[in-house]
Design a protein around this ligand. Structure first.
Ligand SMILES: C[S@@+](CC[C@H](N)C(=O)[O-])C[C@H]1O[C@@H](n2cnc3c(N)ncnc32)[C@H](O)[C@@H]1O
Length: 225
């Protein structure tokens, strides 16, 4: 898959939108490595939750938009705008501002991607960071708050991930697949165990050590698909 052009995004954009980094590229690499499976899956609806700059869903749209509807969601309006601009330069997709997959028809997503806010913070710290940014006196407090949503994950870095996993049965289509980025501190083995209890199959599909972090891509399908 081709990495999309991002020259249209400036450093000013990245003051408000998560800049593609090692984690983003690991997710892209996992999709690239699993293209044979994805070609067999023939996804009709692809969704990236939390698309940020839009590089991942755009790369996917370049490959699958001829046969699939590609959508992106993000809480951050600046990320929705950046995703649209990245797409305009590269591919066809739509970007929706909403929480997780709230705006998407139930059990319809064939290919789901999420690089969540995964950094471990205490819940108090998460709350206070959000409040501090909300209360910034000058500048653009709302968008700074949105940038905190890019990385701050609360206890075990899993506050948002756990909510998504609790909704997975309602989001994925019968043959749907999720590629989820995790950090070692997110306790991937515990997540895999929980998914098995909920009748999913989950494997560590790819892993990579980067400076200061150890990252995984979890591949999740229904156990009877
Ligand atoms: C780590 S960044 C990943 C951005 C992009 N996908 C990438 O890999 O470069 C996480 C993104 O998720 C978004 N986000 C966080 N919580 C969300 C939620 N509940 N619903 C939708 N998007 C969310 C953030 O605004 C941010 O853009």
């Amino acid at each position: 898959m081709e990495t999309p052009h991002t020259e249209h995004l400036s450093s000013a954009d990245f003051e408000h939108v998560y800049a593609p980094a090692e984690d983003s590229f690991l997710l892209l690499d996992a999709l690239e490595a699993d293209l044979e499976f994805l070609d067999t899956l023939q996804p009709r609806l692809c969704l990236e939750i939390g698309s940020g700059s839009g590089v991942i869903i755009t790369a996917l749209a370049k490959r699958f938009a001829h046969s699939a509807l590609c959508l992106a969601t993000d809480l951050n309006p600046r990320a929705c705008d950046a995703t649209k601009r990245t797409a305009i330069h590269n591919a066809t997709l739509d970007s929706i501002r909403c929480n997780l997959a709230d705006a998407i028809r139930k059990r319809s997503v064939d290919l789901l991607l999420f690089n969540p806010p995964y950094v471990v913070t205490s819940d108090e710290e998460l709350q206070s960071q959000l409040l501090t940014d909300c209360q910034t006196v000058t500048g653009t407090p709302a968008t700074q708050r949105h940038l905190v949503h890019s990385w701050a994950g609360g206890r075990d870095g899993r506050r948002v991930t756990d909510i998504l996993l609790g909704q997975l049965d309602e989001i994925l289509s019968p043959n749907g697949v999720l590629y989820l980025l995790l950090l070692r501190e997110n306790k991937p083995d515990e997540i895999i165990e929980q998914l098995i209890q909920s009748h999913f199959k989950a494997v560590k599909y790819m892993e990579r050590r980067i400076p200061g972090e150890y990252l995984y891509i979890l591949k999740v399908t229904r156990s009877i698909s």
